[in-house]
Write a protein that binds this ligand. Sequence first.
Ligand code: C2E
Ligand code: MG
Ligand code: MG
Length: 299
Amino acid sequence: IGIATYPNAGKTPESLCKHADLAMYKAKKGGKLSYCLFTDEMEQTQLHQKILEDAVQGAIKNKDFSLVYQPIYDLVSKNIVGAELLCRWKHKTLGEILPDEFIPIAENAGLIVDLGHLIFELAIADIVLLSQSQQQTLWFAINVSIKQFYGNDFIDLLQSTLEKNALPSSAFEIEISETAFTEETMLYDKTINQLAASGVRISIDDFGTGNLSLNRLNTLSVSTLKIDQSIIEKIEHSKNDNNMLNTFLNLAKNMSLLVIAEGVETEKQLDFLKAHDCQYGQGFYFTEPLSFSDFKAIL
Ligand code: C2E
Ligand code: MG
Ligand code: MG
């Protein structure tokens, strides 16, 4: 239920209904069986969202996005084994806007498929350049929204681009956030498995924060679990936190999955992860996400 009261929330039936509607959407976001009272702030937020939505649309058209690279390390040898590609957007007047803000906007505005294609295009251009100058075999992890699995367009694009550029599919890992595995997205599982069958690795991002049941995990052709930073952050906080992380690491081991710790920031965290057989990690302890040229230099 959304509630708007006369006269503060509107002086006409139209504006009262519009504002009650806004309040209802806010209430729905908080879950079922709830209500929300309209506030002026809600309208400002909606306006801000609308401005950003238009800006994202323009930025896709102008290809105003770029990528940064966060190296992924083998925790024992400390060698770089790959990198996660993260999207960046610098708006002319609004400044740097982070993906946590613009990705949900692109998703809600139906722009995520176009943005996803653009990100993939940028990634391939860089990776082709890298493969010409590098001897090392690296893997590249690209974040995608689960909505990109609607239909076969994304898989077709991925496969044809890899073929055209003679890039091996095994060099790619597609990250899907665990939070995206809801009941509504069950229908994408088949497409995800189809992609995995083509040799591209699938990883579950932000593992430990979503609702992916073990049963569903077992039916998905997943190669990697990326343990979320919120879990890594709690290392050595309490016995329970350590036990939970350990359980995740054992789960990965028992299911023959690779495991990457996200957001490693301290030596203490690194030592714990190594002592518990976590294979890979990334985070500010090693390095922040880097520009393409800095990434090449660090290699
Ligand atoms: P994610 O995929 O889990 O990415 C990890 C985020 O943690 C990145 O934030 C990264 O900069 C940050 N990070 C890395 N190491 C550390 C650390 O040691 N400490 C802390 N505090 N943070 C660390 P970023 O780049 O802002 O991305 C946020 C999220 O936006 C990503 O989470 C991903 O879900 C989404 N995203 C980013 N790029 C893309 C993209 O190209 N496509 C899609 N669909 N989503 C993207
Ligand atoms: Mg990721
Ligand atoms: Mg993550």
